[in-house]
Design a protein around this ligand. Structure first.
Ligand code: PBG
Length: 334
């Protein structure tokens, strides 16, 4: 009964397989590779513009020429994909900048695909950055109150996804959380002959305070109210599974859970119940928390970033969307 010390239960010596780097690597159950990384980028009109985002050290709003440079560096480091967001010159009540054939994202996609044809370009499909009010759908005022009008918003979202795919986007990624958007987008893509463009759905997207720094970066904070009538409540799990099931039924090729670290349980459930290619988005607030502690010398950036990304892999993520993608790729190289 004395176990390992007497040699009766040799299998209890779990440290045997931790003795050397080679042994530890050989028995690693999960691996991080550069193939899984996606770098989000913020495109704004102009030339030679690199405008730092105050709450996200190391992240910039970039003009299309600078996006191409940044993407080239990322690609050379081994990052296979970027996720594009746009900050238009003008915002309005129909989000015209989102679906304009010559919108900031469409323009940037064309440049990226021309200069870096083997880089995967994913485009975020949403309206909030392009709406004068900052909501992800059409707003209908009702006296002092307001509603987000689901069905009329679908047409704008579908037009946005189609115009991005026509510009050359490899994957479209709707993040608006309107009901029925995946079906509407799939139909619009198919009608336009874009039957081979996959949809990565932000399927389980929570209404999260961790998006705070992103709204500075994308200038997309709602001017009134909040996003709780369309994004999910942090209290819910079963509802996330229904969101994912519906999106898959409507034609999603890949699904996403967002945010990541605070929602590892959701990631695990989504991957184990559906087995679909699953992305985790380590959102702006997750990045900023780590960066703030790193700036103070309180955390080791490399160790903490890689450990966090490994947690996403362990929980079931196949695709890791992270503002640290370039650094992670460099760290993973050797
Ligand atoms: C747009 C969108 C948001 C994020 C991705 N797409 C913000 C939001 O819903 O307010 C958040 C990304 C991040 O925080 O890094 N709807």
């Amino acid at each position: 009964m004395n176990g390992p010390l007497t040699g009766q239960f040799p299998a209890l010596r779990l440290r045997r397989l931790r003795q050397s780097p080679a042994l530890r690597a050989m028995v690693a159950e999960n691996r991080l590779t550069r193939d899984q990384l996606v770098l989000p980028l913020f495109a704004r009109p102009g030339r030679k513009i690199r405008k730092p985002v105050a709450s996200m050290p190391g992240v910039f709003q970039l003009s299309p020429d600078e996006i191409v440079k940044e993407a080239a560096t990322a690609h050379a480091a081994g990052v296979p994909a970027v996720l594009l967001f746009g900050i238009p010159d003008r915002k309005d009540a129909r989000a015209s900048g989102a679906w304009a054939a010559n919108g900031i994202v469409q323009k940037t996609v064309r440049m990226l695909k021309k200069e870096l044809p083997s880089l995967l370009v994913i485009t975020d499909v949403c309206l909030c950055e392009y709406m004068s009010h900052g909501h992800c759908g059409i707003v209908r005022k009702r006296g002092d109150d307001y509603r987000i009008d689901n069905d009329p918003s679908l047409k704008l979202l579908a037009d946005t996804a189609r115009s991005q795919a026509e510009a050359g986007a490899d994957i479209v990624a709707p993040s608006d959380m309107m009901d029925g958007r995946i079906g509407a987008i799939r139909a619009a893509l198919d009608q336009a002959g874009l039957t081979e463009t996959p949809i990565l759905s932000y399927a389980a997207k929570y209404s999260s305070a961790f998006y705070g720094p992103f709204r500075d970066a994308a200038e997309s904070a709602p001017h009134f109210g909040d996003r709780r009538s369309y994004q999910m409540s942090p209290s819910n799990t079963a509802e996330a599974l229904r969101e994912v099931a519906l999106d898959i039924q409507e034609g999603a090729d890949m699904v996403m859970v967002k945010p990541a670290l605070a929602y590892l349980d959701i990631l695990w459930r989504v991957k184990s119940e559906f087995g679909y290619p699953t992305a985790a988005y380590a959102v702006s607030g997750e990045y900023s928390m780590i960066q703030a502690a790193v700036e103070r010398g309180w955390l080791d950036e490399r160790a903490v970033t890689l450990e966090s990304l490994m947690a996403l892999r362990r929980a079931g993520a196949d695709i890791l969307i992270t503002y640290s993608a370039v650094k992670a790729a460099q760290w993973l190289e050797g």
